[in-house]
Design a protein. Structure first.
Length: 139
């Protein structure tokens, strides 16, 4: 079997996503956007069971999938979904001295992410999650 195209061009697709996220959030660099992305993904992951998180990860492009599952403490208690403002604040707690996440971090990541995933697969996985998880990814 030939190498799947999503793996062959994973770096190029990730660079495209990061540039989109940088521009969407009006940050200066993709480095700033990366910390925001990582914080938002961790905030979301903390609110899912392992099974739900792995189903969600399956619809992400390869590099985003890797970021989503990296440094994951699966023993951490599942948190409840909170207001978008509170969860955005939580995303800004990741590396706070170097975190330039916007006040609209979750919406910014959601907007960019939706442009870089298979829309039907993304909606299918969201439909299998609780309503608060679906609302999280509404731009």
């Amino acid at each position: 079997m030939p190498m799947p195209m999503e793996y062959r061009q994973a770096s190029r697709d990730f660079d495209s996503f990061m540039e989109d996220l940088r521009d969407t959030s009006m940050l200066t660099t993709t480095h700033q956007a990366y910390t925001m992305l990582q914080g938002v993904l961790q905030v979301f992951r903390r609110r899912l069971t392992v099974q739900q998180a792995l189903c969600f990860a399956d619809v992400l492009p390869p590099v985003l999938r890797a970021i989503f599952v990296s440094d994951w403490n699966v023993e951490e208690p599942i948190r409840a979904f909170a207001s978008r403002q509170a969860m955005s604040r939580e995303a800004r707690e990741l590396r706070p001295d170097h975190n330039f996440s916007t006040e609209t971090a979750i919406a910014d990541v959601a907007s960019a992410l939706r442009r870089h995933v298979d829309p039907a697969a993304f909606e299918r996985v969201l439909a299998s999650l609780p309503p608060a998880a679906r609302a999280f990814w509404t731009p």
